[in-house]
Write a protein that binds this ligand. Structure first.
Ligand code: CTP
Length: 412
């Protein structure tokens, strides 16, 4: 299934200021367009020292603007025309000098003029700083960042690592894909602002001996998508992840665990602070009773090892019965992976686990896949979120959870 583009219908003015990170702006421009946005590039004179308008025009498929005296605009007011059409102005890279200019409301070139002339209420200004580590750490720059935030600008993080000048530290511009994720997140409604979300995801691994173990086919994709969607919705998110090879969603705190016991410990610990717990992990129901310290060897007799099992604690039920959940401070959401009779099993499981909301899905139709369909079961009944990409579903689920938190009923 083709994923929906996240910036469809958005028009972004991409401003480039002078810095070596201009080379990344070319890739960023492509990434924004691939995600469905239209992009109008505006460059300062200094940016033109690092990358040509020809490159940016070819990538954005629109003429680039650089000068405030550009006669192409019929009214000769490029700064007004371009800023009125934008859903956001994104300055990437944003130099230390340009931030200083913005702080003072100076407007002596097209880009700064446009930032000052933009309608504050409808055209957000997003900045991706890029500079040497000493410049970034300088009190003047940090003062400017704080002032810009106070003025309502969104200042993205800087990256850490090798810099073009040969030094290493904070200050380089984020990579294009990281910035893309931050821009997409910026446009999501902040329905979980102020919430502390805890998500369990992926399979668990129950050791038999140091080289073998029992696990399952959960990919972790749904849980990771929910963590991303919750972060995009403004929550502070902790993801407790079983063994999966997925990248950590931007802005999400990740704790890697192996066994169900590790996952229980991590979840119980983090749940002290959480206001929402979403249990997507496929937790092993049983673990080998006594994992061997050394690899179990064949002894040539043809005898197979006799494994005994102990039942793992139910993490979701444990947290749902905790005093925080019982007092309403922690809202618990369970998942149910079933093979048949989804509604009946999900309804019974919701009651058994003691959670206000249970999300049912058909295991074989979701494990490892990028899409899924969800059946939401609560005290009011059931409602389906039809098959879609997991991130799309995750965003819808986040809205459903936020709605239930905003309008609590006695039984949800
Ligand atoms: N879960 C959990 N800890 C466990 C087992 C399950 O937290 N030890 C959570 C899962 O993360 C999921 C929900 O409980 O949110 C349901 O998991 P599922 O495996 O479908 O249910 P089970 O309780 O194992 O029931 P059954 O195997 O009978 O279907």
């Amino acid at each position: 299934m083709r994923a929906m583009t996240d910036l469809a219908g958005k028009h972004i003015v991409l401003g480039l200021t002078g810095g070596i990170a201009c080379y990344k702006a070319a890739e960023l421009c492509r990434a924004l367009i691939k995600e469905g946005a239209t992009v109008q590039v505006v460059m300062t004179e200094a940016a033109g020292q690092f990358i040509t308008p020809v490159t940016m025009q070819a990538l954005s498929n629109r003429p680039v603007y650089s000068a405030q005296w550009d006669a192409r605009a019929a009214n000769n007011m490029a700064h007004i025309n371009l800023s009125r059409e934008a859903d956001a102005i994104l300055i990437a890279p944003c130099s230390a000098d340009f931030m200083a200019k913005l702080v003072h409301g100076r407007a002596d070139d097209l880009l700064s003029l446009m930032c000052l002339a933009r309608p504050l209420a409808t055209v957000p200004l997003l900045l991706a700083p890029a500079m040497n580590r000493e410049m970034w750490a300088h009190p003047a720059t940090q003062r400017n960042v704080a002032q810009l935030r106070a003025d309502g600008c969104t200042v993205f993080d800087v990256g850490v690592g090798d810099q073009a000048c040969g030094e290493t530290g904070d200050g380089r511009m984020l990579e294009p894909q990281e910035l893309l994720h931050d821009v997409v997140a910026f446009f999501q409604h902040k329905v979980l602002a102020g919430q502390q979300v805890l998500v369990s995801a992926g399979p668990t691994f129950e050791a038999i001996d140091p080289v073998r173990g029992i696990t399952n086919r959960s990919s972790g994709k749904m849980g990771f998508a929910i963590a991303r969607a919750a972060y995009e919705a403004g929550a502070d998110v902790t993801l407790i992840a079983g063994p999966v090879g997925l990248p950590t969603p931007r802005g999400v705190r990740r704790v890697d665990v192996q066994s169900a016991s590790d996952m229980l410990k991590a979840c119980v610990e983090r749940a002290q602070e959480a206001t929402i717990f979403i249990a997507t992990a496929a937790v092993a129901d049983w673990r080998p009773l006594n994992a061997a310290d050394q690899k179990i060897k064949k002894d040539g007799s043809g005898q197979t090892p006799q494994l005994q099992f102990a039942e793992n604690a139910d993490i979701l039920a444990t947290l749902a019965q905790s005093p925080r959940a019982q007092s309403g401070a922690l809202y618990c959401v369970g998942f149910a992976a079933e093979s048949h009779d989804l509604l009946a099993h999900a309804t019974a499981k919701r009651q058994r686990k003691g959670v206000p909301l249970l999300v049912g899905n058909i295991g074989p139709e979701t494990f490892g896949r990028d899409d899924n369909a969800l059946l939401l079961v609560d005290a009011q009944g059931a409602h389906e979120i039809p098959r879609a990409g997991k991130l799309v579903l995750a965003r819808q689920l986040v809205i459903e959870v936020a709605r239930r938190l905003a309008h609590p009923t006695p039984s949800n």
